[in-house]
Design a protein around this ligand. Structure first.
Ligand SMILES: O=c1ccn([C@@H]2O[C@H](COP(=O)(O)OP(=O)(O)O[C@H]3O[C@H](CO)[C@@H](O)[C@H](O)[C@H]3O)[C@@H](O)[C@H]2O)c(=O)[nH]1
Length: 668
């Protein structure tokens, strides 16, 4: 038998393990001291108690919640590893499995066609045997423009794919290739290459203009009004019989949508592709959602010819062709013109219809799961629960590049969804803490739990830290030990330990100090905005008062916004509903801090005593204010269009006064 060598090797990072575990132990000890200090308050003689119990209890609960969040975070730091990969050990082309690449798009306005088509062209140009590569465009908008763009891009790909193959270019994406300053010309520098490159660049410019025209025309005609939630199935195989260049197969799929049927967002779109490619007869292919590959068996399970067909139909739906792909070892085949192709397309239409999954286990037990809008998280959890093994590949040359949000509005919308998705899971019977199985290690269960609970824990605890000590400071009530009290060291150690650990992580991953500063402030901002709204979404959804939503992230780049982003300046043009909590918290902290400084310097007779007593709270407010100085700047100093609008500031003034008033009455 042929001896096969592993494609990758895993190594444990010993130094990081020692640092992480030592830090975890020391930090845990400091937390235990904190718990002891807070608890001892409740065992004092009633006569010695000078501080109201409610704020003490609330800040203690906030500290416990944040400590629990910290504990969960240690799971993914417990055993850091790195991998060496050996691509040279890949089998010869004949032995490679067939793969399907799924590219989803749902809104031609928010997801610019030029970028979607570049993704499609890059997938077509993958360094993989073309007969084993199938590329699917899933268009959830059912947009005629996307279909036309796909055809235009296909015509360009017919030149780009052989060009890349011939010159061995490292870059698969034409947009990156033509806009990058990196020299990626393979070994070719001669005049033939230069002439071909120039021609290709011209063709690419023509393609870009063509795609833009299609999309603009689409939005200025009645076609633009087509309803993205109500359209029939549209499936088209883009390859033509007469195509001379050997190309991967490209298929456009827009599943049927009806307002009466829940379409289950991206997970629903992916499952249609899973029905479809299965139908296409690909044996053991790998699916790509967002930059990951997965084996078909992992998503659907393994079956053999002895299996009861009727039982399988009850699970997977009535399509005989699909069931055959489950039980037989299908070889990948291309759909060709003629009778078989017509039959295939007819069946494919049924597979992409709204009703195909009725009474089946699609989305509940097999395929991408529908329970949460973070379908990737929930599907991964269920797969690992069944014993799925996955590995992380982090090659030196980045293989997939995506777009990231560059302004506060898009980022907050995206994070609200990324909160509601996992929190839905955390607050359900699928809560990873109890739902994990023996096939998962305890550390893995904790990692999944961290992702599920992180938004909820951070939002609860950070609201506590952002207003309780400040309300008490405002009213002269100390919540932390005096500076001269040895117990003060507990809080100092916890803060310094957290700051140094995060600094260490940022520096050792090769990032700059500004990344570290950003992480702190973004963490605080998210906690009081999108984590909070995402958690509310889940609660309203559980009460049946709100449906789950999936607002696709805006991928349109605006030069002005990108400029601000690159300068590290916040673009505060977002809804007041997002800004108000953030600005309110800052105003409360300003009021508490300034009030305390004035009191210490001017009013209080015993200034030194006051500083001593209140230093902890004053420092906390000061820390929140300097970490979020960008908000103060946006509110008071900046004059540009992207500053915080006056209306949002005024609303926040009202809210902060209300909280100061009501909070002082209740707490103090
Ligand atoms: O009804 C829908 C909604 C979205 N999408 C597609 O899903 C993808 C992800 O949506 P996007 O708005 O880009 O979300 P992100 O927050 O950037 O995506 C991350 O988070 C999502 C879960 O919230 C996962 O689905 C994605 O894989 C993951 O990259 C995009 O290609 C969309 O076109 C659909 O196909 N149908």
């Amino acid at each position: 038998m042929e001896k096969s060598f592993p494609l990758h090797e895993c190594h444990v990072n010993k130094v990081t393990i020692i640092i992480n575990r030592t830090h975890a132990i020391l930090h845990s000890i400091a937390i235990l001291f904190l718990i002891h200090y807070r608890l001892s308050f409740f065992f004092q003689h009633p006569q010695n108690i000078t501080i109201p119990t409610l704020p003490w209890l609330l800040i203690f609960v906030s500290e416990l919640i944040l400590s629990f969040a910290w504990f969960l975070q240690q799971a993914c730091r417990w055993r850091p590893v790195y991998r060496n990969v050996f691509p040279e050990r890949l089998p010869v082309d004949d032995k490679l499995p067939a793969i399907d690449v799924f590219i989803c798009t749902a809104d031609p306005k928010k997801e610019p066609s030029v970028e979607v088509m570049n993704t499609m062209i890059s997938a077509m140009a993958l360094d993989y045997p073309p007969e084993k590569l199938h590329v699917y465009i899933s268009d959830d908008a059912g947009s005629d423009a996307t279909l036309r763009c796909t055809k235009e891009a296909w015509n360009f790909a017919k030149y780009w794919v052989p060009f890349r193959r011939k010159y061995g270019l490292l870059t698969a994406c034409p947009d990156v290739y033509f806009s990058s300053s990196e020299d990626d010309n393979g070994d070719y520098k001669g005049s033939e290459f230069k002439a071909e490159r120039k021609k290709m660049e011209e063709k690419y410019e023509v393609l870009k203009q063509g795609l833009r025209k299609i999309v603009e025309g689409h939005f200025t005609t009645n076609v633009a009004i087509n309803n993205t939630r109500d359209h029939p199935t549209i499936i088209e195989v883009i390859n033509k019989e007469e195509d001379k260049v050997k190309m991967p197969q490209l298929i456009y799929v827009s599943r049927e949508k009806k307002p009466s049927h829940n379409h289950n967002f991206k997970a629903g779109a992916l499952n249609v592709l899973v029905h479809w490619y299965g139908f296409d007869g690909v044996g053991g292919p790998i699916i790509s959602g967002s930059n990951f590959y997965i084996k078909r068996e992992a998503l659907l399970g393994s079956f053999n010819k002895q299996q009861d067909y009727m039982a399988l139909k009850r699970l997977f739906g009535p399509s005989n062709d699909f069931i055959k792909t489950l039980v037989e070892d299908y070889k990948p085949r291309f759909i060709k013109d003629g009778e078989s192709s017509r039959m295939s397309l007819e069946n494919a239409n049924i597979l992409a219809s709204c009703s195909y999954e009725n009474q089946t286990v699609w989305g509940s037990k097999v395929g991408f799961l529908y329970f949460s809008v973070a379908e990737d998280y929930f599907t991964g959890l269920n797969l690992h629960r069944k014993g799925w093994k996955s590995v992380y590949l982090n090659p030196e040359r980045q293989q997939f590049l995506g777009t990231s949000t560059t302004n506060l509005n898009d980022s907050l919308i995206q994070w609200t969804r990324w909160t509601s998705g996992p929190v839905t899971v955390a607050l359900s019977r699928f809560c990873p803490l109890t739902y994990g199985s023996l096939k998962m290690s305890l550390v893995q269960v904790l990692c999944y739990s961290e992702l599920a609970f992180m938004p909820l824990l951070n939002c609860l605890s950070l609201w506590g830290f952002a207003i309780i000590p400040q309300l008490c400071l405002f009213n002269g009530i100390p919540l932390y030990p005096k500076v001269s009290d040895p117990n003060f060291n507990i809080f100092s150690v916890i803060l310094v330990s957290s700051i140094l650990k995060s600094l260490y992580e940022v520096v050792t991953t090769g990032e700059q100090l500004k990344v570290w500063r950003n992480e702190w402030r973004i963490w605080m901002m998210r906690s009081v905005t999108c984590y909070t709204y995402g958690c509310f979404d889940v609660i309203l959804n559980k009460l049946g008062m709100k449906e789950a939503t999936f607002l696709p992230t805006n991928k349109v780049t605006d030069d002005e916004q990108v400029k601000l982003y690159e300068m590290g300046v916040f673009d505060f043009r977002t809804a007041t509903v997002f800004l108000a909590p953030l600005v309110t918290v800052i105003l409360i902290n300003i009021a508490a801090f300034v009030g305390a400084v004035v009191k210490a310097l001017v009013v209080d007779d015993d200034g030194d005593q006051y500083w001593e007593k209140m230093f902890g709270q004053m420092f906390l407010s000061f820390f929140i204010l300097i970490s979020n100085f960008a908000v103060i700047e946006g509110m008071i100093i900046r004059r540009d269009k992207a500053k915080i609008p006056l209306s949002s500031t005024l609303w926040s003034v009202v809210f902060s006064m209300f909280i100061l008033l009501i909070g002082s009455v209740i707490l103090c």
